[in-house]
Design a binder for this molecule. Structure first.
Ligand code: ADP
Length: 477
């Protein structure tokens, strides 16, 4: 079998490889992907450092052309790359193709942003002096990504990094190297100079840790678990390095008595269970006022009966498998914890067997949960949600905000008063009214508050905040 290698200083390299396994069918090896060493990582950092002076001064047209070429190729290959994504991660083919299209749109967006780079010219408070404010690239950026969005998250970090003139060392998650390899291959063929984008696949404890220990990374943008995010933060203080962290969520979806029931059920089922619940914006706490509670639970249960869990590539599959055995164990452990804590298992909770051996778990709904239970406080990252019954809007808002996280927060209501109040008072980076907590646009800021995020926002023009550094220049006229 061919080994998909790492790209370091423009050369494909690496003989040590690991199997990329399909979670829908564990007999299928998607491919053999290189597993880099600490030395590979140091070489990649050195290559990115050497490439920085020229790339940071490259013309904006060159950056535009390369980003656009990459976006165009991803769009042209959306079905093939979508299938690769579905095979390595397990989300359904329509979800995977949708994510691939999203990656293309992100590259197209930043191809445009490259042409819109601008600064400010302002008068000085002193006479005969002019002041210019410009944005300059930061330097070498370390990009560390998780497994749940194998093409979109790399895209939304690589695109702005290149757009604003930075060079990159990119380490994707071990479970899903395929889409990352494909993106890097596309850029390599699109004419990106050697060393500007280096790919080092491999273990977090080796490749990732070597990146954290390096004094040569000017910034690290990370999406992953809270624990690893903290390591990124601590190491970065030592190296005086800029960081952008996206970590967990425990996102609430409030359902009020006056909600349109079908809108509420669609939003909640999508938020909690699509993409197998493996989204940091998934809603796992469904906070429902008592007047609609029983109708909502009944309608959700009916809805869950209609969702097929099966092979990601099969037509008619609504929910693919859990990503791997470790995550499946986490999910089933939390289901046991929920039962022991006294929540009522209203639907699901069982493993399912299908034609192919995979990590299939029923969508699982708890009711009679409280906000103090571990299943309500800790991120599970699987197809597991709980309904928390509350008296009224005021209690719903208080429960929604009573969490260590603050990524996305949703409400289903037909009341303008409550929707407006919720938008103003939800302690989250993103608020959704009558929409799922997951599912965001690519041209506007993405990110959260409290334990969910650290540093400035990702995506849209707000991405410039992280990927550039501001210079203020004074000139005597
Ligand atoms: P998860 O538990 O969801 O896999 P992680 O935070 O472990 O979340 O993984 C997110 C990314 O961080 C992955 O690319 C992983 O390899 C990487 N990673 C894991 N450990 C470290 C580490 N010590 N240093 C840097 N990166 C790491």
């Amino acid at each position: 079998m061919t080994i998909y290698q790492n790209l370091i200083a423009g050369e494909w390299t690496g003989a040590e490889a690991v199997e990329n396994i399909n979670p829908s069918d564990t007999k299928e090896v998607v491919g053999l992907y290189a597993s880099g060493s600490a030395a590979d990582t140091r070489n990649a950092i050195a290559a990115a450092k050497a490439a920085f002076p020229a790339w940071s001064r490259s013309g904006i047209w060159e950056r535009h052309v390369i980003l656009k070429k990459a976006g165009d190729e991803i769009m042209a290959r959306k079905d093939e790359l979508g299938a690769l994504l579905a095979r390595e991660e397990g989300k359904t083919l329509p979800e995977a193709i949708g994510e691939t299209i999203r990656a293309s749109q992100i590259f197209e967006f930043f191809a445009g942003e490259a042409l819109r780079l601008a600064g400010e010219v302002v008068p000085s408070v002193r006479p005969n002096i002019g002041v210019e404010i410009t944005r300059e690239p930061l330097g070498v950026i370390g990009i560390i990504t998780p497994w749940n969005f194998p093409i979109a998250i790399p895209a939304w970090k690589i695109a702005p990094a290149l757009c604003y003139g930075n060079t990159i060392v990119f380490k994707p998650a071990e479970l899903v190297p395929g889409c990352s390899w494909a993106i890097v291959d596309i850029f390599n063929r699109a004419g990106l100079p050697k060393g500007v984008l280096n790919l080092v696949m491999g273990k977090g404890s080796i490749v990732g840790q070597t990146m954290l220990d390096s004094p040569d990374l000017a910034g690290i943008t990370f999406t992953g678990s809270v624990g690893t995010g903290k390591r990124v933060a601590v190491s970065s203080i030592e190296h005086n390095r800029k960081i952008q962290l996206e970590m967990g969520g425990k996102n609430p979806m409030v359902v009020l008595d006056d909600a349109d029931l079908s809108v509420a059920v669609e939003a909640a089922a999508n938020s909690a269970f699509f993409s197998t619940g493996q989204r940091c914006t998934a809603s796992s706490r469904l906070i429902v006022t008592e007047g609609i509670h029983d109708r909502f639970v009944a309608a959700m249960t009916e809805k869950l009966k209609t969702l097929n869990v099966d092979h990601a590539l099969k037509t008619g599959t609504h929910i693919g498998p859990v990503v791997d055995e470790r995550q499946l164990k986490t999910d089933t452990d939390y289901i046991e914890i929920g039962k022991k804590e006294g929540a009522k298992l209203a639907f699901g909770g069982e493993l399912i067997s299908r034609d192919t051996p995979g990590f299939y778990l029923q969508p699982t709904l708890f009711t009679e949960a409280t906000n103090q239970m571990r299943i309500s406080r800790e991120e599970i990252f699987g197809p597991v949600a709980s309904v928390i019954r509350v008296k009224d809007y005021e209690e719903a808002l208080a429960v929604a905000n009573d969490t260590p996280f603050g990524l996305s927060s949703g409400i289903a209501t037909t009341s303008l008063k409550h929707a407006t109040h919720f938008k103003r008072n939800a302690e989250a980076g993103m608020v959704m009214v009558n929409l799922p907590t997951a599912g965001v646009d690519f041209h506007v800021p993405f990110g959260g508050r409290k334990g969910s995020s650290y540093g400035s926002r990702e995506q849209g023009k707000y991405a410039a905040e992280f990927f550039t550094t501001v210079k203020t220049a004074y000139t005597l006229a």
